[in-house]
Design a protein around this ligand. Structure first.
Ligand SMILES: [Zn+2]
Ligand SMILES: [Zn+2]
Length: 510
């Protein structure tokens, strides 16, 4: 980073937050089908609507009312009543009188939001919010059924059978996959962004020298660049359980659950316990204050990538010296979002790793981690290495020394393809946003000749600050610091390093 770099996020004025009651009209107790009076109501996964399981009557989903719809008008802190701070000494056990037979029914809201009356078998629900994090403002219903999710998981694992651990191959079955509602915060942000810096546009690329001494040179035009705009971000989603926020956990592959975002959160509906019937759910255990830094950092990354859409002519990059995000308003909603989850515990001596394969139960987006049979992968990588060394002597190629790395590169590509340690939610691109009042300054400074770097020195416009470093995760899995040292130090040509990195990233996709 160059000297004088200045970056800040100005939070909204510190007034009392506006709390919008989202459980208006919600009732605890029995909810009866208006047509037949049954209380056996659950989600129809073909369309995500609630349905009476007795007479098949379908309920029209209810939307939460009172939240700010036009994000560009959002001021200060706004939150749904289901997103307010968790109160530690909340009484989590509720006792109801069954309205059909008069019996007492106890529901421990720490783990359940529904219970059946032992005597008359009617279902009783908790729909009114209690401050223990168990009742969110909204829920996004499952609309991918279990059979479809099973197929997606089998397809994903099927493509990764060759190097899969034999014990895993033997034990793999999708019979025990679970439908889980994980807790998230859905955040809207109204902000003003201001970026100031310098950008470079390539005008010429040429070569000097010959044979192995040939070298590439670049000419470029340097500009003073400014971008200032209003930015409305809608539906940014972040995990709100401490466990899932830990994306670099060593004992479980949480990052694959992170990677199946985004969800179509705009289709979320008002919370109703009947949506949870047949699924498990995990309670929220964080408050907005704990998530604020993550949200602010991600909002700023989104602003930077939004600016990039107006910077296409700066093909060598832009080096911002000043980045400012002035947050005028923020709106928070607590949500349950639906995930189909396969999990497998790999035990290797005293080390345990929980591998997940997760399916977004709205979009079918699937990501996972498959345990690797290391002796086989190392063996095949070794053969690739030998072939690479032979190829080095046979092929006339400027960077033929790269063949020396072929075994390691093969190992890395396969490792990432099976374990997906670098998978994450690319929120900086995927989040919905709207940009208005764009002000652009592009002032020519000078032409530069004979540059040796293919990209601008100090360019920082593609930086993602909220990203957990790929190599850090990778190294934590392997227990060795090899990924970056292999990729960066052996090759000092940045274009080759990025070629390898690109291919490793491609290897992990699908
Ligand atoms: Zn009915
Ligand atoms: Zn009863």
């Amino acid at each position: 980073m160059q000297n004088g770099y200045n970056s800040n996020i100005i939070p909204p004025a510190n007034n009392e937050p506006t709390i919008i009651k989202t459980d208006v009209g919600s009732k605890n107790g029995q909810e009866k089908c208006p047509r037949c009076g049954s209380t056996d109501i659950s989600t129809n996964t073909n369309n995500g609507k609630l349905r009476c399981n007795f007479c098949r009557h379908e309920f029209e989903p209810e939307k939460v009312s009172g939240m700010v719809e036009d994000i560009s008008k959002l001021q200060g802190q706004v939150m749904g009543s289901g997103a307010t701070d968790i109160v530690a000494d909340t009484n989590e056990v509720l006792t109801f009188k069954c309205s059909s037979c008069g019996a007492e029914v106890v529901i421990d809201t720490a783990s359940l939001s529904q219970a059946r009356c032992h005597w008359c078998r009617n279902t009783l629900s908790v729909n009114e919010q209690i401050p223990n994090g168990s009742i969110p403002d909204v829920v996004l219903p499952f609309n991918i059924n279990k059979e479809t999710a099973k197929l997606e998981i089998e397809k994903f694992v099927g493509k990764r059978k060759f190097f899969a651990h034999p014990k895993f191959k033997e034990e793999f079955t999708t019979e025990n996959i679970m439908g889980v509602y994980f807790p998230y915060m859905i955040v809207d942000v109204n902000a003003h962004a201001n970026f100031i810096g310098e950008g470079e546009h390539q005008t010429r690329k040429y070569f000097r020298g010959s044979g192995s001494n040939q070298k590439a040179y670049f000419d470029a035009d340097l500009y003073h660049v400014e971008r200032e705009f209003d930015l409305a971000i809608s539906g940014l989603s972040v995990e709100s359980s401490l466990d899932k926020l830990n994306n670099i956990a060593l004992d479980k592959t949480n990052n694959v659950i992170n990677a199946i975002m985004p969800f179509d959160v705009e289709n979320s509906v008002k919370y109703n316990a009947n949506y949870l019937k047949g699924y498990t759910s995990e309670k929220r255990d964080t408050n907005i204050d704990q998530l604020r830094t993550i949200v602010d950092t991600e909002a700023k990354d989104i602003a930077r990538f939004t600016a990039n859409e107006t910077l296409k002519e700066y093909d060598r990059g832009v080096a911002w010296s000043n980045e400012q995000l002035n947050v005028k308003g923020q709106q928070w909603k607590a949500a349950y979002l639906p995930v189909w989850l396969y999990s497998y515990q790999q035990v290797n001596k005293d080390k345990k790793i929980l591998h997940y394969v997760a399916v977004n139960a709205r979009t079918k987006e699937t990501m996972g981690s498959v345990p690797i049979h290391m002796p086989k992968l190392i063996g095949v990588s070794f053969i690739v290495e030998i072939l690479g060394i032979i190829a080095m002597f046979l092929v006339d190629f400027d960077y033929s020394f790269l063949f020396l790395l072929s075994g390691i590169i093969y190992f890395l590509i396969m490792f990432i393809r099976y374990r997906n340690a670098n998978a994450r939610h690319t929120y900086e691109i995927d989040t919905k946003k709207n940009i208005t009042n764009l002000r652009k300054v592009d002032n020519f400074i000078k032409s530069e000749k004979g540059l040796t770097n293919s990209t601008m020195n100090g360019a920082n416009n593609k930086r993602v600050n909220g990203e957990t470093s790929t190599s850090k995760i990778f190294d934590s899995f392997t227990g060795q610091n090899i990924s970056n040292s292999v990729i960066n130090s052996v090759t000092n040509s940045s274009s080759i390093a990025s070629f390898i990195k690109d291919n490793i990233e491609k290897g992990g996709k699908e």
